[in-house]
Design a protein around this ligand. Structure first.
Ligand SMILES: [Zn+2]
Length: 121
């Protein structure tokens, strides 16, 4: 009986370790979500708005309290980035960014409204 117990102890830490590793890898995978505003992968809590892993937006798309930035501000920022990194002129960059943002859960509706507004004018 004692022998049996010690054998169980001898092999269980390994099993436990495997189990923990499996759980950690599953947890890490679910943590690596993408920002619903800009699509940036968020691998650590620090990359989420207000460092809150439940925040669907990244640190670059939120204010200090983790609130999503206004559309205009994010749009302007992304347009500038596109102009800097993709060698686009302002018009091209605006079109490109609008297209990108239209695919983001955070902005789909905003962009749809904007397009509606532009079409009715
Ligand atoms: Zn973001």
């Amino acid at each position: 009986m004692i022998l049996c117990y010690s054998r169980l102890l001898a092999c269980s830490p390994v099993r436990l370790l495997v189990l923990v590793l499996a759980l950690v890898s599953v947890g890490a995978m679910s943590l690596a979500s993408r920002c619903e505003s800009c699509g940036m992968p968020m691998e650590t809590n620090e990359q989420h708005g207000a460092q809150n892993p439940n925040n669907p937006y990244c640190i670059h798309c939120t204010d200090m309290k983790g609130k999503l930035l206004p559309f205009e501000k994010k749009f302007e920022e992304l347009v500038k980035t596109a102009m800097d990194t993709r060698w686009m002129n302002r018009e091209q960059a605006e079109k490109y960014v609008l297209q990108q943002m239209a695919q983001m859960p955070a902005w789909t509706e905003t962009v749809a409204h904007l397009k509606q507004g532009a079409a009715s004018q």
